[in-house]
Design a protein around this ligand. Structure first.
Ligand SMILES: Nc1ncnc2c1ncn2[C@@H]1O[C@H](COP(=O)(O)OP(=O)(O)OP(=O)(O)O)[C@@H](O)[C@H]1O
Ligand SMILES: [Mg+2]
Length: 587
């Protein structure tokens, strides 16, 4: 490490400064690297520059000068043991005495040791983050770099997977600190490079990152797997005493070749984990024999193009199953489009489904595609098909049979290629009998039919799904909840879950967010005590009773909203709105 000895000629006091930086400032200001306490010396007097080969001292402004071997000067290349005088002080420069060189045998021992340790660590922890951290720390310690980066290529771009400094801390904004031009060179040549004095290197000096970083030395080694570049190890030094040399390049190249296979495995495992996470995120949880049987059939039907009819009470999972069918079909890469036929006003439904042309009706200001066209190549999920008006049922039938649709206001038919999945919580047989649903359409959509049982009839699934939601929301909301209390578990098992899985999802979500205890209590889930009825204000009690009565009536009618509405003497939409209110309340 080169160094400067500063001596006060009056007192004889001496101090030594190592020249670690590219630019070392000298002056009376306390923030100068070499701070001289003398009022006669300007705050910022001079700088010592390192150009990769030699050190030069230069005054900070042209009206200043120093004595160099007794002669006035403003800029001088520093030579070993020469004197620079500034006022009452003398600066003497000494060239570095190289840090103890490692013998090649020591180095080899180091590599094997670090390789052995790194691979042992990888075997014990397959998480990519930990692996990369261990790897970069190993590289930094092996090469004595100041900074290290591991860069992985993804399609046409690259990701800086880890960026660390000598102290083992992560580096912020690493993108600004690496040189694109150096990386490009390594990618093109597939060969490692060493750039000492990057600032003055004719190839790289224009690189913004090189200038920003004031790099002294860069070593960049490709990670090659079966002839292709997987990524790069990029290390840098801004410490002039520690330029990379041919020896460091060889060490890192050997290390890289050994580590690539391990890295490839770590990346592969991480990708698999991500895939499993994505699959789990929307997974259908079940263990009950009845759901197992349904799921087995679903997987068989999914890859075909047959129309599927899903029946079940509200919140039993009709839509999630429809998506599952789509995801297990060859149409997977194309859109899954859902239409809730009950939620769209009757007079808008046709245009929603088939699209319209400009001017077809008031407000049709431009041509618009319908859900059939949007689902092209994919799956169209017709939810609440029982609410489909009779006049549209003919058109749906035509679309399914002839694969042809016509936009509202147009007389041109368009071919569409969609797979249809329908869902209902009404009794379609009943609707056919009462002529509210066309029998031909009914037979057409009823090719394969599944009835999803209410949650209370899948007792084996209840707790399993509850725990699944608990874990899901725990992660999502970063909560410390540990589980359910015994009382909560009892209540979960005893409750009738009229809103089925959706109700459970909402109650657990709310409890995870609001619970103050590590264990979710029955009260957090707001589940009723069996046989215990608290005294409520009359209005609230009436409301509660109405809610329960409607849900009970729905249950008796197997979730058939139209029949329930008829039995209760109200409009079906009132029931629909009522259920929506209950769902909103639960959120
Ligand atoms: N077996 C299951 N495992 C995990 N989550 C489920 C399961 N079944 C349903 N869900 C979740 O419960 C919620 C309700 O399901 P979904 O929307 O599919 O029900 P639905 O039958 O279409 O209800 P509705 O008739 O009210 O439209 C969704 O968030 C869904 O992801
Ligand atoms: Mg639904």
């Amino acid at each position: 490490m080169p160094f400067i000895v500063l001596q006060n000629r009056t007192s004889g006091q001496q101090r030594t400064y190592e020249l670690k930086k590219r630019i070392t400032s000298i002056g009376s200001a306390s923030d100068c690297d070499i701070s001289i306490e003398d009022k006669r010396i300007p705050r910022h007097f001079a700088n010592i520059f390192f150009d990769g080969h030699s050190y030069t001292i230069q005054v900070a402004s042209s009206n200043l000068e120093f004595l160099y071997d007794g002669k006035p000067a403003r800029r001088k290349k520093l030579q070993e043991d020469t004197n620079v005088e500034i006022e009452n002080f003398t600066l003497r420069f000494f060239m570095e005495r190289r840090r103890q060189e490692t013998t090649s045998q020591d180095t080899r021992k180091d590599i094997y040791q670090i390789l052995f340790e790194t691979s042992t660590r990888l075997m014990s922890d397959f998480s990519l983050d930990t692996f990369l951290s261990n790897l970069i720390d190993a590289i930094i310690s092996l090469t004595r770099a100041d900074k290290g980066f591991i860069i992985i290529f993804k399609e046409n771009t690259f990701d800086i997977m880890v960026a660390r400094n000598l102290e083992g801390k992560n580096i912020d904004n690493p993108r600004d600190l690496i040189s694109d031009s150096i990386i490009e060179k390594v990618i093109n040549s597939k060969k490692p490079i060493i750039v000492n004095d990057a600032l003055n290197d004719t190839q790289f000096k224009m690189s913004v990152s090189v200038i920003n970083l004031k790099l002294c030395s860069v070593l960049c080694v490709p990670l090659i797997y079966q002839g292709n570049i997987l990524g790069l190890i990029y290390i840098g030094n801004d410490n002039v005493a520690n330029l990379f040399d041919q020896n460091s390049l060889e060490i890192l190249t050997i290390f890289a070749s050994q580590i690539t296979l391990l890295l490839k495995s770590a990346l592969h495992i991480s990708r698999l984990e991500q895939e499993v996470d994505i699959r789990n995120y929307n997974s259908i949880i079940y263990t009950s024999p009845i759901m197992t049987e349904i799921m087995e059939k679903i997987r068989k039907v999914a890859p075909t193009d047959v129309t599927v009819l899903l029946e079940g009470e509200t919140g039993t999972g009709k839509e999630i199953l429809a998506r599952e069918i789509h995801n297990y079909s060859p149409r997977k890469g194309n859109p899954f489009v859902a239409v809730n036929c009950a939620a769209i006003p009757k007079d808008l439904l046709e245009s929603e489904l088939f699209g319209h042309i400009k001017g077809a009706f008031t407000g049709a200001i431009s041509n618009r595609e319908g859900k059939f066209q949007l689902a092209s190549g994919g799956t169209l999920f017709l939810d609440e098909i029982g609410d489909m008006p009779l006049n549209l049922q003919v058109k749906i039938l035509r679309a399914i049979q002839e694969k042809i649709v016509m936009k509202v206001g147009s007389n041109k038919s368009e071919e569409v290629d969609v797979r249809i999945i329908c869902a209902t919580n009404q009794n379609l047989d009943e609707l056919v009998k009462t002529k509210k649903f066309r029998s031909d359409l009914y037979y057409r959509i009823n090719v394969v039919r599944f009835y999803l049982p209410p949650l209370r009839d899948r007792s084996e699934d209840i707790l399993l799904i509850a725990k699944y939601f608990l874990n899901k929301f725990k992660k999502e909301y970063n909560s410390n909840i540990e589980g359910f209390s015994i009382n909560a578990i009892k209540a979960i098992n005893n409750y009738r879950w009229p809103g089925n899985i959706r109700e459970m999802e909402n109650r657990i979500k709310k409890a995870v967010i609001l619970s103050k205890h590590p264990l979710i209590e029955k009260e957090d889930l707001e589940l009723p005590d069996e046989g215990e009825t608290p005294i409520l204000p009359l209005a609230q009690a009436r409301e509660e009773f109405q809610k329960r009565y409607i849900l009970e009536a729905l249950r008796k009618n197997g979730g058939n909203r139209t029949k329930t509405a008829k039995d209760l003497g109200v409009d079906p939409r009132t029931i629909f709105r009522y259920l929506e209110n209950i769902e909103d309340e639960n959120v």
